[in-house]
Design a binder for this molecule. Structure first.
Ligand code: ADE
Length: 245
């Protein structure tokens, strides 16, 4: 998969590209990342990329042409068609279903806004999806772009060392597209510690019991913390029995 990032601060995104799962996905040739700075495509001595909003009001708006030229340069760098995703608080809220959708694309072009946003004509002409990472306002699209990159990188086949761990993560188990459950708790050595002991079932070696315990913990935790997810998950009779235990 190829991801192009259009940003006034491409270093911001590059910083996340060298570590952990994203770094490994790149080393394994599963993901390539390319930054494009609209300022490099801006005209004049000042290389201006933003201007005051028509109608007045505070802040600045990113101008059409530097962004359009940066998008065109990114598109021209590779013949694969790119899905243009604009990170903005007005977008569709990112969840694991949308991550899966984006991760399945051959190529994404992530457009990061700054200031008050991007001239709406550019959004209308170039953007395929507008995506928000949550109901709060950040000062730019770079952190949201890094979030999208991390979330889609882990879903590239071969990116994770333990093939199962993506499916078992919170939200992951329902590959069919439902909202999924929160993850169960995890423990490692030592077995006994002043802060508590590891639940015995996890030491039993009985894989069926362990799987049942983990599923029940995930169900209990989801009911306590995110009942909205449980409502949407559509529980099986076995799940309902586990919750009733
Ligand atoms: N840009 C600023 N805030 C954002 C958010 N919450 N999600 C995506 N892009 C943003």
């Amino acid at each position: 998969m190829r991801i192009d990032v259009i940003s006034l601060f491409p270093e911001f995104v590059a910083a996340c590209a060298g570590f952990g799962v994203v770094g490994r996905a790149r080393e394994r040739g599963l993901l390539s990342l390319h930054g494009w700075n609209p300022r490099d495509y801006a005209e004049g001595n000042y290389r201006r990329v933003d201007d005051r909003p028509f109608g007045g009001g505070p802040g600045m708006v990113m101008m059409i042409e530097p962004l359009r030229a940066a998008i065109a340069a990114a598109r021209a760098a590779d013949p694969a068609p790119a899905r243009v995703v604009y990170l903005s608080p007005q977008g569709r809220r990112l969840d694991q279903a949308l991550v899966r959708e984006l991760a399945g694309r051959e190529r994404l072009l992530l457009l990061c806004g700054r200031y008050e946003g991007v001239d709406e004509r550019l959004v209308a002409a170039e953007v395929d999806d507008e995506v928000s990472i949550g109901d709060y306002v950040l000062s730019g699209g770079e952190l949201p772009a890094a979030v999208v990159i991390d979330a889609v990188a882990r879903l590239q086949a071969g990116a994770l060392n333990d093939a199962d761990s993506a499916a078992q993560d919170s939200f992951g188990a329902e590959a069919g597209g439902g909202p999924g459950l929160l993850d169960c708790p995890h423990y490692t050595r030592p077995v006994s510690h002043p802060l508590g002991d590891v639940p015995e079932v996890l030491l039993s070696g009985n894989h069926a019991d362990i799987a049942r315990w983990r599923r029940r913990q995930a169900l209990l935790r989801t009911r306590a913390r995110r009942p909205d997810l449980l409502d949407r998950a559509g529980l099986s009779a076995a799940d309902r029995a586990l919750l009733a235990d």
